[in-house]
Design a protein around this ligand. Structure first.
Ligand code: SAM
Length: 270
């Protein structure tokens, strides 16, 4: 399908710069900041996939794997998963406008192994009706820190995922307290990570990247590890950025993590 400048502009401003046959582009004027964060996260996604599927062909670590991209926006990272060998990718996003762009871009590029659904990650079980754990891999890039119930989102993602979840997120610092007094003086429980409350009212609802509500909880690495472990994903790795990656990544203010289902690491679903 050939796409015109008018088709692209009719959907508003684009968050990624796709180039279509004939040279039509979705956002030539994308800022260097956004370009670099998309590029560096792409490289970290490649490394994350190799960690998630050890022993796989490095050029095609997702060979024959089914993937889901939650909070897919225009589908930029869904395309990346296909290039890494995935047999199919389902992109899910709560904004219909984003899914319309994702669909247009995939059609313009002539790609048919991508499919799209509008849906809320908090209710992923009502969006996915393909049987038990249909996906080998789930991607949650740029999603959790826009959600007011990130634990619920992780539980929902875990429930549809056989082997690995790859997360990219803004991060808050760990708690300075190693424990929290619990019920009475002299008794405490260990602090296993933090979620910081964020109010995105200034961006919401005109921005196409925020969550369903302006309220969000931003996790610390420890919070991610703890929640994912409770969801059955006990193996947890942090992907290191390149030295010259986007400064937020190199300063550890955002990060990429791979969580692998514990029974899969024992050989169950590899
Ligand atoms: C910051 S953008 C990240 C897009 C892309 N994954 C990336 O990393 O570049 C967040 C995306 O998540 C979507 N989103 C936010 N809350 C969501 C929810 N509860 N369920 C599904 N998608 C959601 C937004 O519409 C937006 O497309």
């Amino acid at each position: 399908m050939s796409v015109t400048e008018t088709d692209i502009r009719s959907l508003g401003e684009w968050f990624y710069d796709f180039e279509f046959p004939g040279g039509v582009r979705t956002n030539e004027r994308l800022s260097e900041d956004l370009r670099s964060i998309h590029r560096d996260r792409s490289m970290m996604l490649d490394a994350a996939c190799a960690i998630a599927f050890p022993g796989s062909d490095p050029a095609s670590p997702l060979s024959s794997r089914r993937a889901i991209d939650v909070g897919c926006h225009e589908g930029f990272f869904s395309h990346r998963l296909l290039r890494l060998g995935a047999s199919s990718v389902l992109g899910v996003d709560v904004r219909e406008r984003n899914i319309r762009k994702a669909r247009l871009a995939a059609e313009a590029l002539g790609i048919d192994r991508l499919s799209w659904r509008v849906g809320d990650a908090e209710d992923l079980d009502s969006v996915i009706s393909d049987g038990s754990r249909p996906f080998d891999l789930a991607l949650a890039f740029g999603l959790l820190y826009h959600c007011e119930n990130p634990v619920r989102v992780l539980r929902r993602i875990a429930s549809v995922t056989k082997r690995a979840i790859i997360i990219e997120t803004q991060l808050c610092a760990e708690s300075p307290d190693e424990s929290v007094e619990w019920g009475r003086a002299g008794y405490s429980l260990p602090a296993r990570g933090l979620f910081t409350v964020i109010d995105e009212s200034k961006l919401h609802p005109t921005n196409n990247e925020t969550g369903v509500s302006p309220l969000a909880l931003c996790p610390s690495p420890g919070a991610l590890r703890t929640v994912l472990s409770h969801c059955g994903f006990g193996a947890f790795h942090r992907v290191e950025p390149h030295d010259d990656a986007n400064e937020q990544l190199t300063r550890g203010k955002r990060g990429v993590f791979v969580a692998v289902r514990t029974d899969a690491t024992a050989g169950g679903d590899a």
